[in-house]
Ligand binder design. Sequence first.
Ligand code: SAH
Ligand code: SF4
Length: 401
Amino acid sequence: MKPNLLGLSRDKMKALFFELGEKPFRAQQVMRWIHQRGVLDLNDMTDISKVLRGKLEQLVEIKAPNVVADYPSEDGSHKWVIEVASGSRVEMVFIPEGSRGTLCVSSQAGCSLDCGFCATGKQGWNSNLTVAEIAGQVWLARAQIDGFNAAAQRRISNVVMMGMGEPLMNFEPVMDAVSLMMDDWAYGLSKRKVTISTSGVVPAIRRMKEYTDASLAVSLHAPNDELRSRIMPINKKYPIADLIDAVKEYMASLKDKRVPVIEYTVIKGVNDHRQHARELAELLRTLPCKINLIPFNPFSLSDYRRPSDSVIRNFRVILQRAGFTVTVRTTRADDIGAACGQLVGDVEDLTRRQERYARRAEAMQNEVPEYYGQIGIERAQILASTGKAATSADDTLVLGS
Ligand code: SAH
Ligand code: SF4
């Protein structure tokens, strides 16, 4: 397969031109054409010689992913569904807020980590995106939002890897894509404004410092291992203490005084009790950080619910009194299914997923572990009849409590 220039980081672009016997500044020229002027046709790159263009034509391609659907939200946000090479569909969302414009980018089609509260997780893993498909989302967003108008360039001021997928489970492509986002020859975003959000893939967090100095957000969602393991299976492999250690190590590697954002999706009756807030404050006592509370965003395949505003307010106040800076994420783009955790790809996926859940629920009916007793069996029956399913037997308990 021909390399796609849209996905080549500065180092790889330079290496390509070196192999072709060309000067390194060619890499800079081509990167600027692609990422800053939006040009994908070699013939339009007028300061590149015809001979070199001909050579490149044979060896490479320059291709952005296809946009297959486009949903503007009433609140000014915008969601695009994109088809990637594997045939899967992923979503990216643009959220303007005052002078800031945040692009929420996907790194995988689906996700294998199966967090109980996440629509993408319920889909399972479909494929990893390539560098061109990840950085290509910034390219597409610029094409759609400002048509690569240099004056409007600042409309996308922030990128967060908080779309579909777990960025650190697609490590190298994400690192290369992030380097393009921050590269002056490409999108030139500040390292403070490019954020990788992770559910806590500890060995990958430990590797990150060798590749990037982007900002870090950590999906914690629970103040203790028992609860976190119940809603985030990855915690069984990498418990909270290891996660916090790895985060501290990464933050220490940065040359400025940035702190990580601790994300906490607040779910009614699961992790929203005052006691959870106190425990969280205690847990994070030694970690300089900001806390971002995300009121749970409901979606059709989940029985979790969003706590009332007053519960979220109280949760926040407890943390603030303990000295933390706490923000509450406002729900945006709800009307187009683009709020955090609602991204699922497309309708076809949804149908397939429903069938898969019905099958899983049926299997659960026969294999309900003993300790779930009657409640578990009844839930499995209800889920089977509605086409919904708990992602793990543990959900049954959480939902039942
Ligand atoms: N895989 C990465 C990034 C994608 S999700 C991660 O888990 O961090 C971005 C954020 O949305 C994460 O904090 C995630 O836990 C949260 N989230 C997932 N589902 C949600 C939902 N239904 N409501 C609110 N937040 C959700
Ligand atoms: Fe994957 Fe993140 Fe969703 Fe968990 S919250 S299933 S890690 S995308």
